[in-house]
Design a protein around this ligand. Sequence first.
Ligand SMILES: C[S@@+](CC[C@H](N)C(=O)[O-])C[C@H]1O[C@@H](n2cnc3c(N)ncnc32)[C@H](O)[C@@H]1O
Length: 234
Amino acid sequence: MQRRVRNPQHKPRPRMEFTTLWDFPSQNYGIGWQGSTSYKGATPSYIVWNLLKRYTHKNDLVLDPMCGSGTTMDVASDLERRAIGFDLTPVRPEIKQCDARHLPLQHDSVDFVFIDPPYSDHIHYSDDPRCIGNLGAHDPKYYEAMEDVLHEAHRVLKKEHCLTLYVSDSFVAGKPFCPIGFELFSRMRQWLAPVDIVAVTRRNRALRDIAADPQSAPPYLLRGFHYLFIMRKE
Ligand SMILES: C[S@@+](CC[C@H](N)C(=O)[O-])C[C@H]1O[C@@H](n2cnc3c(N)ncnc32)[C@H](O)[C@@H]1O
């Protein structure tokens, strides 16, 4: 497991954010890793760290129903929270194989939910027909599937506790703009109360390359941030 290998480069320690604009210097904090940097679409661990620090307590049970390389589980362990992670295609033994729309959990049983779902079909995760990453953002089935994921997370979340969704919009040249963030927020809003909305700066190689060579920028705006929707079950 990559987490056990020590990284000679010490990355900055996480610190509490005080505004709704977050921008992190690296994917992972400290010595070693949370999740896997080689996993395409892995969540920057500073995000999960900030959420767990602010919205959970020691020993709380944290759920990530689409947990990929397990970033949420590793940060939860660092902060002495308990964690349960599911994914359609688990990459570690602690992650259980499950469709996020049918979780083997009781109603009102978890203290916090973090979800970083596929947003459209930019990344290939698996050929499993249930993989939501195979549905394009123009396809109404994407929103139906995500609504089912969010409903299921809401079912297992305890009342007065938080569900958080980290997601970006999608723009593909030649196709209409897909405001995924607002689409999913408006669906969640029907049965969850908004607590806050954070914008998290995106940092990836394509954006760095364009910053270094602005002439190579395409004639449309690139996505520069993710939404982090923080909602509460009432
Ligand atoms: C953006 S990645 C999550 C990254 C993760 N937070 C990390 O740090 O590594 C989205 C994940 O959703 C999973 N996924 C897609 N459809 C799913 C489904 N129906 N049920 C559960 N997981 C699913 C994919 O396999 C992928 O690992």
